[in-house]
Structures are given as C-alpha cells and as structure tokens.
Design a protein around this ligand. Structure first.
Ligand SMILES: Cc1cc2nc3c(=O)[nH]c(=O)nc-3n(C[C@H](O)[C@H](O)[C@H](O)COP(=O)(O)O)c2cc1C
Ligand code: SF4
Ligand code: SF4
Ligand code: SF4
Ligand code: FES
Length: 624
C-alpha cells in the first residue's frame, strides 16, 4: 500500500481487481505475483501496484487496468502478467493480444477506456472510485476529495441547508421505491428525540444482484461519508450498516474503513470540531430476503426475527428501538457526497425531469457483456442492452428484459425504447427496484420465468399474512401445472385474480410485489401461457414436460457422443449408425442436445413428426 505522497515518483499505476466477482482468491494470488514480478524487473520505484475493485467487467476477470495508458487487460494469468511486465511496463509496448477488445459489434480493436462501448455510454458517479483507488487505504480516498463533502457540510453547521441541497439535487432513494431522500431526512430531522438512528441498508437479497456489495468492496469510505452527512442532517447519534454474512470481503473492508475513519477523527466524538458525536457499526443479517424490508430490518437489528410490521408509524417517526430512524440504501449514501461536492445543480442536470443522477445495474443474462454498469437515468433499455451490453450473443433474438429484481416485471421488444427512470419503468409495468436487469433471448420461456421468480418469493415470504403466504403458494401451484401442460383456461383466470388480490392485500412490499412477474408476463406474453394450456406446447423448449428430444437420422453420424453422456443410458445405436432416444426413459436433461456437434439432436416442442427423426417408446423398442 502506498501513501499519497508517493504519487510524485509514480510513472504508472497498475490497478488489479481483487473483487469477489473476479474470483478474489485467484486475483489475490495474481496481485502478489504481479507485485513480485514488478519488483524483480526493478520497476517498483516507478510503478505502483494497487487493488482496484470492480471495473464492471467481472465476466472477463481477473482484470488489470494500466494508468495513465488506460489499457485494460482481462482474463489474466501468471504467464500473461510476465508478458505485460516485459513488453508493456518495461518496454512501452501495449500487449494488444491481451487488451480488452470490447466492441464486438464492429469488432474493432480499441484498447482505450473511454472508447470502449461497454464503458463509453456509462457515467460512473456511484462507482466513481471503484477500480480507481485502493479501497483499503483511507489516504487514497482522501486523494480523490474524500470526506471533503462531509467537512464542508458540517462546517456549514446547518442541517437544514444540507437537506435543502439534497432536495435541490433531486436525489431519490436507490433501494427500490425511489422515495425522495431529502423528504425522508426532513421527516426525521423534525422529530424531537433524545436519540435518532441512521441505517444503511446493504442487505441486497435480490438473486443475482451485487451492486451494493461491489460499491462497498470498491469504495467503503463513500458509504461512511454519506452516512456522516445524513447523520448530521437528521441529528443522529449512531449509524448501522446492515449487511449479510455472505459478504465477507465487504464486511472486512467496511470494518477497516470504519477503523481508519475513527483514527482520522471522521467518526467518534466531536467530529470536525462540531461538538457532534457519531459512530457507525456493522450489523450482520442471516440473509433472508425479507430482512431488506425496512421494518423487518429494524427488528433484525433489535435482535428479533426479521418480520415486517404495518406502517405507519414510519421508521422516521418510530424506528429502531422506537426512535426516529432513517434507512437508506448503499447507492443512495454513495451519491450524497457527489451531490454536495460537485454541486446539486450539476447532479440535477443528469437524468430525466423526475429521476436524477445515475443508476447502477447488475446486467446479466443473454447479453455479450455482463457485469456491473452505471448509466444516467433516462438511458433507454435499448442503449443499455445493445450498446453497453453489446447485444444478444449467438445471433439470437431478444425476447424480454426482466427489470427490478424478483418483484419486477418483464418487458418485451416493443418496450425497448423505454427510458430507465422510476416513472417510465413503472408505467411500462416493471420497476426500477434495486438494480437487477436480466436480458432474455428467444430460448426463454416466460411462464417458466414467472414461475422462477414466484418460487423465490414464496420461499422468502415470512408467512405472517395469509394473502402473501397462501397467494404465492397457490400461484406457484397453478404456474407449475401450466408448465406441465395440465392447466385449463379457467386456471389462468384464477391465477390473474389471485395475483391481484395478493398485490392488494399483503402487508409488505414482498407480498405486494410477488405477483409482478406473473402480471407483467400475463400482460405482455399471454400467448405463451395460452400455448402451454391449449396446445400443450412450450415453443422455447424449456418446460420439460412439454419438450422431447429427438435425433434427426439424416444428420446423425453415429459418433456415440450423446449415448456416452446420457445419464440414464436411453440412447441406443451402433457406431457410425443413426442413434435413437427411448423417450419414456429420457429425463430431459438436455446433455445430448448440448454435446452433439452435428445438430442432430433436436428439441421437439410440437406434435411429434416421425419422418427422419428417431425417437422410440420402450414398447416400440421391445417389438422392433
Ligand atoms: C422484501 C423487500 C426487500 C428489500 N430489500 C432491500 C435491500 O436489500 N436493500 C435496500 O436498500 N432496500 C431494500 N428494500 C427497500 C427498503 O425497504 C427501503 O425502502 C430502502 O432501504 C430505503 O432506502 P432508499 O430510500 O435509499 O431507497 C426492500 C423492500 C422489500 C419490500
Ligand atoms: S407480505 Fe409476505 S413477507 Fe410481507 S409481511 Fe406479509 S407474509 Fe411476510
Ligand atoms: S452426438 Fe449427434 S451425431 Fe453423435 S450419435 Fe449422438 S446424435 Fe448422432
Ligand atoms: S435429454 Fe438427457 S436423458 Fe434424455 S436422451 Fe438426452 S442425454 Fe439422455
Ligand atoms: S469484480 Fe473485478 S471487474 Fe468486477
């Protein structure tokens, strides 16, 4: 770790991502290896090697970023590091073979950061320091104006003015609902209480989401700084960061950052000489999705089972231990120092009239570039998927984008020009949520997608209210029967009715949001439900009960590869002769389909056609 003073003699900074998504153990080994190689090459005087977490290209990790050249090397190995040290770092020649060529659309080689499509459309405000500074060194955070916004805010000695600035910036909570941050703070600030609390919601229970974890891992001091400003604005005495035990690196970095902030006098007694005392503590949850709901989270910190309770009273009136409490998301806190330091009018100028600033998304599924992205509010879904994400691989057709986490919605192609902002997404039948975005191609079955998310919600329901507990269970049963081809059209009506009742009658956001994947797929992909029910057909070939595998005897060369991988040994045939599948034994695992190099194994999603296809029943086999 190098002190900021050391920058003057530094010719290059080599940032190696050691984030979890990059495979941190392997990346850690490479970090040590790289430092050793640089030392062995007598370059350690002029080159600084540092941990810089999450460049957002986790799918191509481990990743190295060389400054000021702005070259990103991906998929690192020790051998690659040897060559990079020798050619680039020693002899000033970029190793073009290893540098990221992200623009797969035009297939141009562009080694520079800003020109890479994946990064070009992005605006990293929340993630501004992630991958740029060493998250374990408070001095590096200070070197990028860290804690300056807090110092200025506290120097003003006017909590009302801070809230006014956050209001002018137009910052809305990034935890899902998009509630105005300044409004929430002012509710708590107005309360007359001997004690007030602040909570950072870092629970992040959405499956596949890692926005908050990466922000903490890459820049933990920003969260603490945002909390100091919020704590001062509302008059809090204590702050808690609630996260889950499955995030060990984030926890470690938070603990380190809190300790350093205390040592520097940013936390503890008489902060910045204002006479105000404030400290922050990390609290761990066991990882139940419902614990992210604010009233459940409060109960969990209090030491009880994390079950939501009716609101009002809202936490800003009576929250943690019945004291006024503000709960904000990680990303919300990370934006506070930017909004204040870079100016509320600048912050307000980014985004749409109702949604200001940027939003971080965990982009996943059927896109070329998956990973953590951050775009200005108002960027269209099309731009996110095709420009940042690089489009759909393997020349497949786009089918839907699921946005907003498990309580979000699925939008079809006709909605691709929808801007990502709170209102537009809601109007389209999805929601911003905390930032999950899953792209789906033509090989996705939308009934199966709805079933997947509902299954998650049913499992995560705390069960205390009947509409949620029973509603999610019954909806799941109906969806199951649809995917098995056993449902009727009246079941479909029942599904829709229960979805609406569950959304209306449930106590908390989990039950209220659980029917969203069902309702949005029913609204945009109703024909797929009808196809399953009426034609007993899953045209995507996903629902096992409605799909068979058959072998095209014209294409089969009898290589036996499929028979060797079949787990139930139901593929028969002599070497160099067309093979056959005994359908009754087949467990529809798809291994034969995946392994056949000759496209001879096909998914049969409609009425079975015998011509040139080999598929047998056991009876046929016995009598053959
Ligand atoms: C079931 C459920 C889970 C939630 N999980 C999270 C979460 O993991 N992180 C989060 O910040 N907000 C989560 N929320 C929203 C929080 O209850 C709360 O609105 C949010 O933390 C407020 O922060 P913000 O104003 O900065 O958006 C969840 C809500 C529900 C209903
Ligand atoms: S809606 Fe569901 S998760 Fe929320 S309190 Fe009721 S049962 Fe629990
Ligand atoms: S892997 Fe394909 S080509 Fe080979 S035997 Fe099986 S179906 Fe035929
Ligand atoms: S789908 Fe699986 S079980 Fe069925 S024939 Fe192919 S490999 Fe065997
Ligand atoms: S964790 Fe390394 S690039 Fe995302």
């Amino acid at each position: 770790m190098q002190h900021v003073d050391g920058f003057s003699s530094t010719r290059r900074i080599i940032g190696l991502c050691t984030g979890k998504a990059c495979g941190n153990e392997r990346a850690d080994t490479l970090f040590t290896y790289c430092a050793a190689r640089i030392e062995a090459a007598n370059l350690s005087e002029e080159l600084m090697v540092t941990r810089m977490d999450c460049r957002g290209k986790c799918d191509a990790g481990p990743v190295m970023h060389v400054y000021p050249d702005n070259v990103i090397y991906s998929g690192l190995t020790k051998e690659m590091i040897d060559r990079i040290v020798e050619e680039h770092l020693k002899n000033e020649k970029i190793v073009a073979d290893y540098a990221m060529s992200m623009d797969k659309i035009s297939n141009r080689f562009i080694p520079f950061f800003g020109n890479i499509h994946f990064f070009g459309k992005q605006l990293r405000m929340t993630l501004r320091n992630c991958g740029v500074i060493d998250p374990e060194a408070i001095d590096e955070y200070l070197s990028v104006n860290g804690y300056e916004a807090a110092a200025q805010a506290l120097a003003s000695e006017d909590p009302e003015m801070i809230i006014e600035k956050v209001k002018s910036a137009g910052l809305k909570g990034r935890g899902g609902g998009g509630f105005l941050t300044a409004q929430k703070w002012s509710f708590a600030a107005k309360q007359d209480a001997d004690e007030k609390f602040l909570i950072c919601n870092a629970d992040e229970g959405d499956p596949g989401a890692f926005m908050d974890r990466s922000t903490i891992e890459g820049d933990p001091h920003t969260i603490i700084e945002g909390m100091i400003i919020a704590g001062y604005a509302i008059g809090a005495t204590k702050g808690f960061i609630y996260t889950r035990v499955e995030y060990p690196l984030a926890i470690k970095r938070l603990e380190m950052a809190i300790k350093s902030a205390r040592e520097y006098g940013f936390l503890g007694k008489n902060i910045f000489g204002t006479g105000w005392d404030f400290d922050v503590e990390v609290r761990l949850g066991a990882g139940a999705f419902v614990c992210g709901e604010e009233t459940a989270l409060i109960k969990s910190i209090e030491g009880y089972r994390g079950e939501p309770k009716p609101r009002p009273p809202f936490p800003t009136d009576r929250g943690l231990w019945n004291k006024p409490t503000v709960i904000n998301n990680v990303e919300t806190f990370a934006n506070v120092p930017v909004a204040l330091l870079d100016g509320e009018s600048w912050f307000n100028s980014i985004g749409t009239p109702q949604s200001k600033g940027t939003k971080v998304f965990a982009l996943a599924g059927a896109v070329r570039h998956t990973g953590l992205i951050e775009v200005p509010m108002g960027t269209t879904l099309h731009e996110v998927i095709y420009t940042v994400g690089g489009g759909i691989p393997e020349n497949k057709k786009f089918k839907a984008v699921q946005i907003g986490g498990p309580a979000g919605g699925c939008l079809p192609e006709s909605f691709l020009e929808t801007p990502v902002d709170y209102d537009s997404l809601k109007q389209a039948g999805a929601m911003m949520g905390s930032g999950g975005m899953i792209v789906m191609d033509e090989s996705t079955c939308m009934v199966d997608v709805a079933r997947f998310f509902l299954e998650f919600m049913a499992e995560e329901s705390c069960g205390q209210c009947t509409p949620c507990r029973a509603g999610t269970t019954i909806m799941l049963e109906i969806l199951d029967s649809i995917t098995k081809g056993k449902a009727t059209m009246s079941d479909l009506d029942k599904l829709e009715e229960i979805a609406k009742v569950t959304a209306n009658a449930s106590l908390c956001g989990l039950g209220k949001g659980a029917p969203n994947p069902v309702l949005s797929t029913l609204s945009h992909f109703r024909h797929e439900y009808e196809e399953h029910i009426v034609n007993k057909r899953c045209s995507a070939g996903v629902c096992k009960s409605l799909t068979s595998y058959i072998i095209d005897r014209e294409k089969c060369v009898g290589c036996t590869a499929c028979a060797r991988v079949c787990p139930v040994k139901c593929i028969v045939g002599a070497k160099k002769m067309p093979h056959e599948i005994i359908n009754e034994i087949c467990v529809k695992c798809g291994s034969c389909y995946d392994i056949c190099k000759f496209n001879a194994v096909q998914k049969d999603v409609g009425p079975f056609e015998k011509e040139n296809k080999t598929w047998r029943t056991v009876k046929q086999k016995m009598t053959a």
